[in-house]
Structure formats: structure tokens, C-alpha cells
Design a protein around this ligand. Structure first.
Ligand SMILES: NC(=O)c1ccc[n+]([C@@H]2O[C@H](COP(=O)([O-])OP(=O)(O)OC[C@H]3O[C@@H](n4cnc5c(N)ncnc54)[C@H](OP(=O)(O)O)[C@@H]3O)[C@@H](O)[C@H]2O)c1
Length: 262
């Protein structure tokens, strides 16, 4: 349910304030990006399930800005039925929309020899089905306005099917492919679609993971994402050196790749 809105400063010709929806804003990359966007003058609708984290984040942003630049909306992305109305409510509350970022995601560990349909379903619902629910109304609106920006936080994990967490890989592969298709549809209408592929970011998601490398902070990831938005890039790796790494990983022949244990 949308929370009541405090007074959002209106956009004026001299102060063309931008408005964003950030789905998955309560921690990690999403929280850092909410702070970064607010510093750029965006008013950000911050969505996630953990109401307390969202409240704290929005208070912190609003205090630092001296005005309302972040508004919490408690929402579970697996509850897709409510998305069309919630999307409309936020757009009404904010007086329009310039940017939608889908950052929500989960990664549920599955043992190397285990198969767990419920975990696979939960992963797919949060990482992909929820994204469809949010990106569709944004795409439709931006297409008719002939402007707007869409950002999806995918992952390098979507580029190969690995033994470690098959449904996480598959959910990110689906998201990457969907974002590419959206870009191909929407570029002709002047709408920008950015796919973000992080490697490892130091967040709760990887707190128990071992053998991480090239780990960046959520703030560094947010900085790279903001640059991608500002420069209207079509896809970025975070950090950028993953592009070469993934080029190499993509061309490893399957008969070798299947012997790897990560
Ligand atoms: N950390 C990495 O190394 C890494 C690498 C590649 C890609 N990524 C991607 O980056 C994105 C952000 O992850 P993170 O690393 O910042 O981890 P995180 O701190 O765990 O953040 C995940 C975010 O997704 C939200 N979320 C999860 N399930 C949700 C649901 N059902 N409904 C609404 N919101 C939900 C969480 O909010 P609530 O729990 O409050 O709902 C939280 O705000 C994810 O898509 C992840 O796959 C991360």
C-alpha cells in the first residue's frame, strides 16, 4: 500500500526535478543508488518489503537534502497483482516519472547436488517475474511519452549456466534478454534502457560467499550505475573490467565449462 506523501517539491522550468521509482531500495546497491539519485536532485520512490529500513533510509536522505527527495513504499515484488495500481499511485503522487530502476533480487543458496523447486520459484519471482510486472507499465508509459529511462540490475551470473545456482543464473539471463528486447523496442521512441551487470558487490547478498574477487562497495556500484544513466549507456559491467572477463568466460567451450565447480 502507498504511504501518505509528505510535500514533494514541485518541478519548475528553472528546477526540472526528475522523478524515479527504485524497486529494491532497502539495502545494498538499491539503497546506495537511492542516495546517489537524491544527490543528483531526483525524488525517489523507494520500494521494498522491509519498512523499517526504508523509513530510515528515506529519513536520512531527506535530512541530508533538506527537503523530501525519498518516499518509502512498502511492497513485495511477488505480489504482482498490486503493481499496476501502485505504479499509477506513485506516478500521481510524484506528478510524473522519468526513471524506473528494478534492483530487487534474491540469491538462495542451493547445494551442489541439491534441487529445490520452491527456491527456484522464489528466485524467479523476485528476480524476473517482479521485473516484468514493474517494467511493463514503465515501458508503456515512456513509449507513449517518447522519453524516459529504464534500468535493470541483472548480473554477470546471467551469462552462463553454472553448477552453483542454476535458477539465479537463469533468472538473470531472462532479465538481461528481456531488457535487450525492451531496448530494441523503445530506442526508436527515445526511451533509454540500461542493463547493469555487476560482478561482486559487498552487500548482504554475498555476506556468506567465499572466493570473491574484484569486490566493489555498493557506493562504487551506485556511482557506476549513475554514470551509465547519465551517459545513456546500453549495458555496463560493474566494475568495467568484468566485460573482458565475461567475454573470455562466454567463449569457454561447454565441455570445459561443465568441469568447473563454481
Ligand atoms: N551483491 C552482488 O554481488 C551482486 C552481484 C550481481 C548482481 N546483484 C544484484 O544486485 C541487486 C541488489 O542486490 P544487493 O547485492 O544490493 O543485495 P541486497 O542488499 O540483499 O538487496 C536486495 C534488494 O532487493 C529487495 N528485495 C528482495 N526480494 C524482494 C521482494 N520480494 N520484494 C521487494 N523487494 C525485494 C530487498 O529488499 P527487502 O528484503 O527489504 O524486500 C533489497 O532491497 C539484486 O538484483 C542482485 O541480484 C548483486
Amino acid at each position: 500500500m502507498p504511504e501518505p506523501i509528505i510535500s514533494i517539491p514541485p518541478a519548475t522550468p528553472l528546477n526540472p526535478r526528475k522523478r524515479a521509482i527504485l524497486v529494491g531500495a532497502s539495502s545494498g546497491v538499491g539503497a546506495a543508488l537511492a542516495r546517489r539519485l537524491a544527490r543528483e536532485g531526483y525524488t525517489v520512490a523507494c520500494l521494498a518489503r522491509r519498512a523499517e529500513q526504508l523509513e530510515t533510509l528515506c529519513k536520512e536522505i531527506n535530512q541530508a537534502s533538506g527537503e523530501t527527495r525519498a518516499v518509502p513504499y512498502t511492497h513485495d515484488v511477488t505480489n504482482t497483482k498490486v503493481v499496476p495500481q501502485l505504479f499509477k499511485d506513485i506516478v500521481t503522487d510524484f506528478g510524473g516519472l522519468d526513471l524506473l530502476v528494478y534492483c530487487a533480487g534474491i540469491s538462495l543458496p542451493v547445494g551442489l547436488k541439491k534441487y529445490d523447486f520452491e527456491k527456484d520459484r522464489a528466485t524467479t519471482e523476485a528476480n524476473y517475474i517482479g521485473a516484468l510486472a514493474w517494467l511493463n507499465p514503465a515501458a508503456e508509459m515512456f513509449q507513449s511519452l517518447k522519453k524516459g529511462q529504464i534500468v535493470g540490475i541483472s548480473s554477470v551470473a546471467g551469462e552462463r549456466g553454472r553448477v552453483g545456482n542454476p535458477s539465479y543464473n537463469a533468472s538473470k539471463a531472462a532479465l538481461t534478454c528481456y531488457l535487450e528486447a525492451l531496448r530494441n523496442r523503445l530506442t526508436r521512441y527515445g526511451v533509454h534502457v540500461l542493463t547493469v551487470k555487476p560482478g561482486f558487490v559487498q552487500t548482504d547478498m554475498v555476506k556468506d560467499a567465499k572466493k570473491l574477487f574484484w569486490v566493489v562497495s555498493p557506493e562504487q556500484a551506485a556511482e557506476d550505475i549513475w554514470k551509465g544513466i547519465r551517459k545513456r549507456k546500453q549495458d555496463i559491467y560493474v566494475p568495467a573490467r568484468w566485460r573482458l572477463m565475461m567475454f573470455i568466460i562466454r567463449i569457454i567451450p561447454s565441455f570445459i565449462f561443465r568441469k568447473l565447480t563454481f
